[in-house]
Design a protein around this ligand. Structure first.
Ligand SMILES: C[S@@+](CC[C@H](N)C(=O)[O-])C[C@H]1O[C@@H](n2cnc3c(N)ncnc32)[C@H](O)[C@@H]1O
Length: 460
């Protein structure tokens, strides 16, 4: 068993989806549960097999109660590039660490897992028989074993070049599975209230994990829409709230987003969505409000801000204001004034968002948001910067041949002072993102070009 304070080697079996998001998720969760990220593999790359060191089995179990990027975790007993290497490695694994799981009173089962190859039943049995030398004294129980052991064989990533023998073979004791089933149980397809831009369930959980959301946190989404991101945070026990400029969305009015339904029904709102999943007690409130003019008193209210701002593709980037744009700071609206909307430049929107996060997050709190980019022009310098926020991770998700959105995670590392508000103007990062204000035009030009190209090649 794990000796407290020592590091044990674990094998994570990762899902082969959202590859770039996996490492920041695992790192964030380990730091949330008190286990620093220490890898014992040179690189993880695209492989589904990750060896890492974790201080205790409890931390490994906590990690699996949260991850949607990992499928399973095993206590690693042996590893090799050939069966012989694996057996030598297993023979070197301390017997005292094996015995608690192999003694005569125990029941067990051995499973064979292959990646990028299917084995016959006969081949599987051979693999199991070859492990005879291990001191198994318990009884085999295929239905309800106390302990499950796995042989995992890695045949690489290329389905067109599957090698005869595996690149790597692992043997370990299964500890726990991750939360992949949440992707199905929280699927937007089965959700009560949805919109055109409702965030996919899997990505919502990844975002909440990057944000290190935990029980009793307060999580805020300034561009809340149908509240997809709030649902994931509430599932992890956080109290949630949000704002959106669109009255109809928050009040569940107007046209429905589902096929075969013209208008939204009477109870289509964020509270009802949380109720659907038994999470209503985590609902604080939502408010119709413009993110460019936050209506919060000064204070640090939020443990995390998780959001998907509009990019102007399926929803417009608007803010309230008078047609004659009045410079910030001297704006004063008479009470009778009904604001009309102005276009909200992307760079202003991210500048406002970072300032808002720097002002309202608790120290150590995280901001997780999507940044749309035109890939041919994207450089790392474009990622908006703030003196109070440290960049933790930056992962790409492709949207089209020329566009992508990047999931940015930042952590508040310094208390906000008034002079921090404009310090981004001094940064090298401010100017490059200005160029992205025409993201919408670039997005559509990219799409138009691609369609034209596809049409041309189908005619040839
Ligand atoms: C990409 S959607 C968010 C979708 C949301 N994550 C969900 O799961 O439904 C962006 C939202 O920002 C809102 N929005 C646009 N401009 C805004 C502004 N200036 N202030 C607040 N919300 C705004 C839009 O009405 C839209 O609902």
């Amino acid at each position: 068993m794990a000796v407290p304070g020592s590091l044990n080697r674990y094998l994570l079996l990762m899902a082969q989806e959202h590859l770039e998001f996996r490492l920041p998720e695992i790192k964030s969760l380990l730091s949330l549960f008190g286990g620093q990220f220490i890898n014992s593999q040179e690189t993880y790359g695209k492989s589904p097999f990750w060896i890492l060191n974790i201080p205790s089995e409890d931390i490994a179990r906590n990690l699996m109660k949260r991850t949607v990027c990992a499928k399973s975790i095993f206590e690693l007993w042996g590893h090799g590039k050939s069966p012989e290497e694996l057996y030598t490695s297993l023979k070197n694994y301390p017997v005292e660490k094996m015995v608690p799981f192999l003694h005569s009173e125990s029941t067990y089962k051995i499973k064979i897992h292959t990646f990028n190859k299917t084995l016959t039943q006969e081949e599987k049995v051979k693999r199991i028989d070859a492990l005879e030398f291990l001191p198994f004294e318990g009884k085999v129980n295929l239905k309800k074993p106390q302990h499950v052991f796995s042989v995992l064989e890695d045949y690489g990533l290329d389905p067109n070049r599957i090698p005869e023998t595996p690149h790597n073979i692992y043997f370990g004791r299964w500890i726990a599975d991750g939360q992949r089933e949440l992707i199905e149980s929280y699927s937007v397809k089965k959700r009560h209230f949805i919109g055109n831009t409702s965030m996919d369930a899997g990505l919502s959980f990844i975002m909440a994990n990057h944000a290190k959301v935990k029980e009793n946190d307060v999580v805020f989404d300034p561009f809340v829409g149908t509240g997809g991101l709030l649902i994931a945070s509430a599932h992890f026990g956080a109290y949630v709230c949000g704002t959106d400029i669109d009255y109809n969305t928050l009040h569940g009015l107007g046209k429905a987003s589902r096929k075969n339904q013209k208008w939204r029904g009477p109870d289509e709102n964020i509270r009802a969505n949380l109720r659907q999943y038994g999470l209503e007690k985590f609902y604080l409130d939502v408010l119709v409000s413009d993110a460019s003019k936050p209506s919060w008193r000064k204070g640090t209210y939020f443990d995390a801000i998780i959001t998907d701002p509009p990019y102007g593709i399926r929803e417009s980037t608007r803010r309230s204001g008078s047609q004659k744009e009045i410079p910030k700071g001297i704006e004063k609206c008479p009470e009778s004034h009904v604001p009309v909307s102005l276009s909200y430049h992307l760079s202003d929107m991210f500048f406002d968002l970072l300032n808002f996060a720097a002002e309202t997050l608790v120290l150590g709190g995280r901001l997780v948001y999507w940044l749309p980019v035109y890939t041919p022009e994207y450089t790392e310098e474009m990622v908006p910067w703030h003196p109070c926020l440290k960049l933790i991770s930056n992962c790409e998700q492709k949207l089209s041949s020329h566009t992508a959105r990047r999931l940015i995670t930042m952590e508040k590392v310094k208390e906000f002072e008034d002079r921090d508000q404009y310090s981004h103007l001094l940064s090298d990062h401010f100017l490059p993102y200005q160029g992205h204000n025409s993201f919408r035009e670039k997005y559509f030009s990219g799409v138009t070009k691609r369609i034209a190209k596809e049409e041309k090649s189908s005619q040839e």
